[in-house]
Design a protein around this ligand. Structure first.
Ligand SMILES: Nc1ncnc2c1ncn2[C@@H]1O[C@H](COP(=O)(O)OP(=O)(O)OP(=O)(O)O)[C@@H](O)[C@H]1O
Ligand SMILES: [Mg+2]
Length: 400
C-alpha cells in the first residue's frame, strides 16, 4: 500500500469531539505524520490549538458534522454525546466512520447496550427497563418486583456517574427520565480492559487494570496496571475479564479501541460482571502512553485506519492518577509541576484546558516503578505536589 494516500487538502482523520482524548489521539497522529481535523463546540477545547483544522460547531449539528466528515478520509469520535443520525446519514452517502455509528447507537442507550450483552450471553447485573415518569402504578409494581436496593441509571446522557443513583428505600428520590434498574452489586473492586478490534474482526486485549474511585464524586482517581505476574488482579479473574471484554466488543461489532468496565463481586470466587463499554479511548488506558509497547491512542489509530494492530505488552507496573481542578473556578494555574517532575518515573500530562473548575479533569500523571507499591507511592507523592486551580489573573498559565 502507499501511505499516506490522502489527497492534499483532505485530512487523514476527523475527530468528533475536541477534548483530552482527542488531544492525545492527535499527539499519536503526529507521530505517523497524519493531518487531523476536529469538530467541537468550545473554541478553547483541548484540541483547538493542536488540530490541523479545527471546526467550532455543535456535535448535534448535522451540517457541522457533514462538513467535518466529508473532508476526512476516516472519521472517529472521542465522546459519545453526538448526533448519531447525522453521522449515519453521512455514512449512507459514502463517508467512512469508524467505529460504525450503529455501535454508538447501541452504547448511547444503556438499555440497548444491556440487551445486546444479555443476548450475547455475557454475565452482568440483573436488570430491567424502568420509566419513573410512565404509568405510576406499573412502575411501582415493577420496582417492588425487582426489589430494593437497586441502581437506577438514566438510559441516555450520563457520564462520570451523573445519571446513576442507588434506590435504597421506596421513597428514595428517583432520577427523572427513561431508565434501567440494575441489581446493586456488592463490588470488591472495579476493573477495566482495553480491547482493540481491527477491520477483519481480530482483537488484541491489554492486561486488566484496577480502577479506584472517589466514593463521593464518583470519578476514577487511580488506575493500577502491571504485567500479569505483578498485577493485583488474580490470574483467573484476569482471564475471565479478558474473555468477557473481547466478547463484548465483538458483540458490538466494534472497530477501534474500547474501554470495557467490569465489576468483581465480593465473595469467593467473586463473579466478574460486565458494567459498560466505552466505544473510544478510555480514562483507564492513559497509562499505556508511558508503560506499553502501543498506547491506546496509537492502537485506536491503527484500528480505524486499517493498519496492523500493535502489541499491548506492558513493560512495568504503572499507576495513573487523574489531576482534577480544585478550589475556585477560573483561568487555569498549575502549582508544583517542578516538584512532581523531580520524582523518578513520573510523567505529567496536561490537557490544555483554559479554565479550571472543581472536579474537572485537567490532566493526569503516570508513575512507573519496579513494583505496584513503588509506582503507587510515586504516583501519590507526585499527585500531592501538584495543584490545579482557578487563578485570579485573566491570563492564567503555569506557575512553579
Ligand atoms: N449495578 C451496580 N451495582 C453497584 N454499583 C454500580 C452498579 N452500576 C454502577 N455502579 C457504580 O457506579 C459507577 C458509575 O456507573 P456507570 O459506569 O454505569 O455510569 P456512567 O456515569 O455511565 O459511567 P462513567 O463514570 O464511566 O462515565 C460505577 O463505576 C460503579 O462504581
Ligand atoms: Mg462507567
Amino acid at each position: 500500500m502507499s501511505w499516506p494516500d490522502v489527497p492534499a487538502g483532505r485530512h487523514h482523520l476527523g475527530i468528533l469531539g475536541g477534548g483530552q482524548l482527542g488531544r492525545m489521539l492527535i499527539a499519536e497522529a503526529r507521530v505517523l505524520d497524519l493531518r487531523v481535523a476536529v469538530l467541537d463546540p468550545d473554541p478553547e477545547a483541548p484540541c483547538a490549538s493542536l488540530a490541523d483544522r479545527f471546526w467550532c460547531g455543535g456535535l448535534d449539528d448535522p451540517s457541522a458534522i457533514a462538513r467535518l466528515v466529508d473532508e476526512c478520509a476516516v472519521t472517529t469520535w472521542e465522546i459519545e454525546h453526538i448526533n448519531v443520525d447525522a453521522v449515519a446519514g453521512r455514512v449512507e452517502r459514502g463517508a467512512v466512520v469508524r467505529p460504525d455509528p450503529n455501535v454508538l447507537r447501541i452504547v448511547q442507550d444503556k438499555a440497548a447496550q444491556r440487551r445486546r450483552f444479555s443476548e450475547a450471553g455475557l454475565p452482568g447485573p440483573r436488570w430491567c427497563e424502568f420509566s419513573p415518569e410512565g404509568d405510576a402504578h406499573l412502575q411501582e409494581a415493577l420496582l417492588i418486583a425487582f426489589g430494593l436496593p437497586a441502581v437506577q441509571k438514566l438510559r441516555r446522557g450520563g457520564y462520570d456517574g451523573r445519571g446513576v443513583t442507588t434506590l435504597r428505600a421506596a421513597d428514595t428520590p428517583r432520577l427523572p427520565g427513561p431508565s434501567i434498574l440494575e441489581e446493586l452489586v456488592e463490588i470488591e473492586y472495579e476493573l477495566a480492559v482495553l480491547v482493540a478490534r481491527a477491520l477483519d474482526g481480530s482483537t488484541v486485549c491489554y492486561d486488566p487494570v484496577q480502577m479506584r474511585f472517589d466514593p463521593v464524586r464518583n470519578i476514577c482517581t487511580h488506575v493500577i496496571a502491571a504485567p500479569s505476574e505483578l498485577s493485583p488482579v488474580a490470574p483467573e479473574i484476569a482471564r475471565e475479564a479478558r474473555r468477557i471484554a473481547e466478547a463484548a466488543v465483538t458483540a458490538l461489532d466494534g472497530v477501534g479501541i474500547f474501554g470495557v468496565e467490569l465489576f468483581v463481586e465480593k465473595g469467593s470466587p467473586g463473579r466478574v460482571l460486565l458494567n459498560e463499554v466505552a466505544p473510544r479511548p478510555h480514562n483507564s488506558g492513559h497509562y499505556t502512553i508511558d508503560a506499553c509497547a502501543t498506547s491506546q491512542f496509537a492502537q485506536h489509530l491503527r484500528a480505524v485506519l486499517g493498519l496492523p494492530l500493535g502489541s499491548p505488552e506492558i513493560f512495568c507496573p504503572a499507576v495513573m492518577v487523574n489531576l482534577l481542578g480544585e478550589g475556585k473556578p477560573g483561568p487555569v494555574a498549575v502549582d508544583g509541576l517542578d516538584r512532581a517532575l523531580s520524582l523518578p518515573g513520573v510523567t505529567v500530562h496536561l490537557y490544555g484546558k483554559r479554565r479550571s473548575a472543581p472536579g474537572r479533569k485537567m490532566g493526569h500523571l503516570t508513575a512507573i516503578g519496579a513494583t505496584v507499591a513503588e509506582a503507587l507511592d510515586r504516583a501519590d507523592r507526585a499527585a500531592g505536589c501538584i495543584q490545579i486551580h482557578g487563578a485570579p489573573s485573566p491570563e492564567g498559565g503555569h506557575r512553579g
